[in-house]
Write a protein that binds this ligand. Sequence first.
Ligand code: AGP
Length: 610
Amino acid sequence: MCGIIGYIGNKKAPPILIESLKKLEYRGYDSSGIGVISSRDNRLVFRKTKGKISDLCELMKSQPLPEATCGISHTRWATHGEPNRINSHPHLDGSGKFLVVHNGIIENYETLKESLIKKGHKFLSQTDTEVIPHLIQEYYRGDFIDAVKKAIARLKGAFALGIISSNHPDILIAARIGSPLIIGLGKGENFIASDVPAILEHTRKVIYLKDEQLAVLRREKVEVYGFNGKIIKPEINKVSFKVDSVEKQGFPHFMLKEIHEQPAVIQRMLNAHLRKESISFPDIGLSDDELKRVKNIIIVACGTAYHAGMVGKYLIELFSKVPVTVDLSSEFRYRSPIIPAGTVILPISQSGETADTLAAVREAKVRGAKIISICNVVGSSLARESQGVLYTHAGPEIGVASTKAYTAQLCMLYLLALKLASLHKALPAREIKNIAKNLKGIPAVLSRILKDKHLISRVAKRNSHYGCFLFLGRNLNYPSALEGALKLKEISYIPAEGYAAGEMKHGPIALIDEYRAVVCLVNKSDIYEKMISNIQEIRSRKGRVIAIATNSDLNIKKHAADVIYVPETGQLLSPLTVALPLQLIAYYIAVKRGCDVDQPRNLAKSVTVE
Ligand code: AGP
């Protein structure tokens, strides 16, 4: 996934293009570039470099751009071609008249490139993107918009594009299929961006460009067309969230800030959906009668969202007796899934732009299934392709490692499971009421855990030298163990594996020795004794045990080298409480190891390519 910015107006373009691009760096950060139309002579001038946007700024200091009021910029997560200067965006055509930035994958680029080379085009990079400016050059006969339309008609795959031309200094063109692109509407200026936070300080009026739409931005107006050439009257949205949600607000990292936002996020969700004992989902897209007739649910998701979905399975089946299967989106989409009548597909995605989850949804829709998604980004592709959306409204999550989005997804799944339990009359009303009451106590519990973060930091640093971690949990906390392992590995690069504790003896126990640390989720529950047995098996092989346990448990101190206590909330709500220590263990170990916590190597915030 990459980040795109475009600007056309009357202010100096380079500072706007760079400052806005910095707010998209979480989308990809292995190389970056900027291109402008010189106000003096309309020449296209660009700078690009391997590395972060800070490296691009250094380059611009030594090689300043000319005065310009129109331009594009790009931060890259490499797909085709290694991260280096030549492969970074923007890309130029052979005539030097067209400059393009791109997010996505052009699946048929090789055939296009071969045919263009046969016509004499010369390519500099290994990227798929470079075929786009050359195609525009090929079709250009004086009409810029027409040439772009013809060029994108040849493309297969996913793309969000920003395009400028030295022949048309008063136009910035944007187009999209499958990758997000937003148009920001200003006074005498207009913007394009891959995500809203990037342009919030300039405008709150945005158009979420839809698939197969092309926008022509001038200083005074924006026109939107379908790829079929028909002009469209787009919906203009007012963005509600505040600018500070995309600033660190004094925290050293976005990830730590977002970990601390979790009590407030959960509180907001409970206030929005849980009034007295009734649970409401205004945008669910299905009536209570339709929800009563739901026969089974298939959850599709990736990464952290998949782990939330695994917890969701336990909850929905336990509370409502509705059968649930959970599938990795990347597996679901290729296994010719059986989707019986009465099935609801429940995709879970923070960004709403994950290519595999979008593809899984499209696969399910072809088979006639209803789609209710759990999503954090309003107007995202997933939201638009669903019949109903359960928005988590966790605010922008900038840290690549998902934290507040995860607990928000969990909270939404608790609420959905309770709603279905009530409609399917699967639980007595007093039990639903009791669970709802305990759920309301979670924000305070999370705040209490955060107050002890210095204790968690101490345990994390004491164990940060271990070269390999295992995370073990059972039942509702088996997914928590998977999530804890993912958090650690993706920001500290330490090999870490999550496992169902009962599976230890079926192989993983061979790993245990004095060089392994094992995080055990051993909160008070009906499987507590089983977890203690697992811990004893580990200790008898000299494994280092770090336990996440319930406050009242003094017994655990006999078994574990380190204990992190969380308040008693009962087994049912424990995935919400153990999530924070797991996030903080990963965070403090990664910081201790000097890793780039917010922008870990090789990763991007949302994987909008396959
Ligand atoms: C989580 O920390 C990772 N960054 C990653 O696994 C992420 O959860 C996954 O890519 C799914 O993203 P989505 O929720 O935006 O679909």
